[in-house]
Ligand binder design. Structure first.
Ligand code: SF4
Length: 457
């Protein structure tokens, strides 16, 4: 069996499963957020009754993160609905925007978009925050009401996005009927060269198979190249499996996975026992790609979909209006470090927005120093508009007052993960997906630029 089949077989209590089989799997963690949480709660109440209790109050994780820092009253109200449900059900893991369990969330626009407005428990973008808060464990099954839930496959688990109806059913029963996906095999060899990042790896793979090339399939990444990648890199890659239509992505378990998971589970006092899924010689794949990481070059997915692959060096004729770094896939500390490495001592020439994925990342950037300056200060000096309000922000457009949203038909290079028309706001805007390094170099020149020209010695 492949890694995905093994994780699903275990969750179904079966010794063996095969692709195409429909099985009932037990859920280890169900995650939801402010956009889909209220709908999921509505389905749960409708189907199980107004006084029903959830199947396990310790296995539901609620992380508001999407439409948070906006004056839109309906969006603010969604966070209040989550809080009321958490209180009613006695849920353990709710990363509220505010600290008062009886309060109401209201964004204060008069304070501006840059200054922190959230409370101490707020965790930021769910997919980046889930591992930080100790909710991702090898060998487990994670369902989330968000398509990029597949990011947790970086931790050797089966993780996938589901709709509100399925999530409402899990809330009541802890189970879901799943068709076992076929597995595509991506064997990674070699090492990434300077200026080339994990985002380039996944943009290359999606370009290879197309934006629907992995539809309802698992994407398994392994080999020595995968071992050489950091956990952050693996998260970037797993996150974008859905941009090829993938059901999930999964990486092998190794010492890096173990160190990160153990540290985070202990730090947060979450469940720290787990059993990874390991490879064997009986794997059946429907597709094989061997990729030498050392041959990859900075890559861009052009408007209007993540499969429109080109090399950054071929796109110097595309003039930009804006650059953006942020999101679950591109707003991690390591992403901002590579971004800052290119921008340090230089000045952007187009509007450039920076949105860390989580408050912990804001803290990292405001405390780590290079030659006396924090990373945050280096980015401000370079002209980047940095917000302390970590969250999804303009990655998916959002209400019209969302920080960084494209409210006009602009061209933007972005470290986010999706670029279908209208994704970051205006329907006639164009989004070019790239690594943080490529976004930084392009922000300097105002056109799509290969970052290798701007690497420090
Ligand atoms: S940052 Fe973007 S891709 Fe990630 S969860 Fe938020 S909206 Fe979705």
């Amino acid at each position: 069996m492949t890694l995905t089949e093994k994780a699903l077989a275990r969750a179904a209590g079966k010794g063996q499963v095969e692709a195409g089989q429909n099985i009932w799997v037990q859920t280890d963690v169900l995650m939801t957020h402010d956009v889909c949480g209220p709908g999921t709660i509505g389905v749960f109440r409708r189907e199980f009754g107004p006084h029903a209790k959830v199947w396990d109050r310790n296995k539901i994780v609620i992380m508001p993160d999407h439409y948070i820092f906006t004056s839109d009253s309906k969006s603010n109200r969604n966070v209040d609905i989550l809080r009321e449900f958490v209180k009613e059900q006695g849920l353990t893991y709710f990363y509220d925007v505010i600290d008062d369990p009886n309060g109401h969330w209201r964004f204060d626009a008069s304070k501006g978009a840059l200054q922190r407005q959230h409370g101490a428990r707020y965790a930021g973008v769910c997919h980046t925050a889930l591992p930080q808060k100790g909710h991702t464990r090898p060998g487990e099954v994670l369902f989330g009401t968000d398509s990029h839930t597949c990011m947790a496959g970086a931790f050797n688990q089966f993780a996938t996005g589901i709709g509100n109806t399925d999530a409402g059913f899990i809330m009541g029963t802890g189970k879901l009927l799943v068709k076992v996906p076929q597995t595509m095999h991506f064997r990674l060899e070699g090492k990434l060269q300077p200026g080339v990042m994990a985002k380039d790896v996944i943009l290359h793979c999606i370009g290879e198979i197309g934006f629907d090339g992995a539809t309802y399939r698992a994407m398994q990444f392994d080999g020595p190249g995968a071992s050489s990648l950091s956990i952050d890199d693996r998260m970037t890659i797993a996150n974008m499996a859905i941009e090829a239509g993938g059901k999930n992505a999964i990486f092998e378990f190794d010492a890096k996975t173990e160190a990160q998971v153990d540290y985070r589970c202990q730090l947060n006092g979450t469940k720290s026992t787990y059993e990874p899924v390991l490879r064997d010689s009986e794997e059946k794949f429907v597709y094989e790609l061997v990729l030498d990481l050392s041959k990859l070059e900075p890559t861009v997915a052009c408007h209007p979909d993540p499969g429109q692959r080109k090399l950054a060096k071929e796109l110097g004729n595309i003039k930009l209006d804006r650059a953006y770094i942020g999101s679950c896939t591109g707003g991690k500390t390591s992403d901002f470090l590579e971004f800052a490495r290119v921008l340090r001592g230089r000045r952007v020439s187009v509007d450039t927005f920076g949105v860390p994925a989580t408050p912990e990342i804001v803290h990292d950037l405001q405390t780590a120093r290079w030659d006396g300056l924090t990373i945050w200060e280096i980015l401000l000096q370079a002209g980047v508009q940095m917000t302390e309000n970590a969250g999804c922000a303009a990655c998916l457009g959002g209400p019209v007052d969302t920080f960084g949203r494209m409210n006009a038909p602009l061209k933007c290079i972005s470290a986010t993960n999706r670029n279908f028309p209208g994704r970051m706001g205006h329907k006639q805007s164009q989004v070019f997906l790239a690594s943080p390094a490529t976004v930084a170099a392009s922000a300097l020149t105002g056109k799509i630029t290969d970052p290798r020209e701007y690497l420090p010695d």
